[in-house]
Design a protein around this ligand. Structure first.
Ligand code: SF4
Length: 282
């Protein structure tokens, strides 16, 4: 175990049970690095996880408080928890694309609407890989999957004209970024900004699935090929190429620009109490 694993993660969860070569570890490591650079301690964070590869592989790895919210419910649980824990404690969620942009999307939108403090790291393996590799809501068009043997024919939620980040921005999210897992320093930087926002933050990060996605889309489980393929189809915003699928960088930063959900509710309750105490004294 390295220094960061010893400081933040549970020894029995290292190494993770992810398939050999899976890129999920890069997402996880970037988040832990960001927390370390921000000098957070284990007890400063509550970590929630979702269903699927992203949730399963990060479940209960954090040495501090953890919770699991399967099948899209983790955002609603986090909103409730936000009211129960001290405001200075951060909520971090590691979830997958199917959980966030599929079954949990309604709850995700309401977490954004209310600007509840949470940092959602969407670890995107481009489909439902834990169930065999079916297409999902971010699977690029034309890609062969277990459920699209002739190529994914539907549009997806990363295309510029229907980008899920635009929907989240419209819903009220105050920090949004997109990356691929090999972005390194840039990904850590976005995650640090996301965690520092006292509101709803989401960082969408595409990572290579060496098992089902690579086998179906590229015809091989060769890890080098799928890492190159993901990296080749990403480019920083403003430096797009003809084959760019993922425009990376900070998409929207309105950090700390409007009231956070639990703070606003506490203020509202205090105001109601003041009003009734005032009326009661007359
Ligand atoms: S199925 Fe794919 S995403 Fe899931 S753990 Fe294996 S390599 Fe990673």
């Amino acid at each position: 175990m390295d220094r960061l694993s010893k400081k933040y993660l549970r020894a029995r969860k290292i190494p993770s049970t992810a398939c050999s070569g899976c890129g999920l570890g890069q997402c996880h490591k970037a988040l832990v690095l960001a927390l370390d650079e921000l000098e957070y301690e284990v007890n400063d964070v509550v970590w929630g996880t979702s269903i699927g590869c992203a949730g399963r592989q990060t479940f209960a790895t954090w040495q501090g408080d953890n919770f699991a919210g399967t099948h899209g419910r983790v955002y609603a649980i986090a909103r409730g928890l936000r009211l129960a824990i001290p405001p200075k404690m951060k909520i971090i969620l590691t979830v997958g694309d199917g959980d966030a942009f599929g079954i949990g999307f309604n709850h995700l939108l309401h977490a954004a609407r209310s600007n509840a403090q949470m940092t959602v790291l969407v670890c995107d393996n481009l489909g439902y890989q834990s169930t065999g590799g079916q297409f999902g809501w971010t699977t690029p068009q034309g890609i062969v999957t277990d459920s699209s043997p002739y190529g994914m024919s539907e549009p997806n939620w990363v295309q510029p004209e229907m980008d899920v980040l635009a929907m989240l921005k419209a819903a009220g999210a105050t920090f949004l970024a997109r990356h691929v897992s090999m972005d390194g320093v840039a990904l850590v930087k976005s995650l640090k900004k996301a965690v520092q926002n006292n509101g709803f933050s989401l960082v969408h990060t595409v990572f290579p699935c060496t098992t089902n996605f690579a086998k179906n889309a590229l015809g091989s489980r060769n890890a080098v090929n799928i890492f190159r393929w993901v990296k080749d189809h990403a480019a920083p915003m403003g430096e797009e190429k003809h084959n760019t699928l993922w425009r990376t960088g900070i998409y929207h930063d309105a950090s700390n620009s409007r009231p956070e959900f639990s703070a606003a509710l506490r203020d509202s309750v205090a105001e109601i109490q003041r009003r009734y105490q005032h009326e009661g004294s007359h």
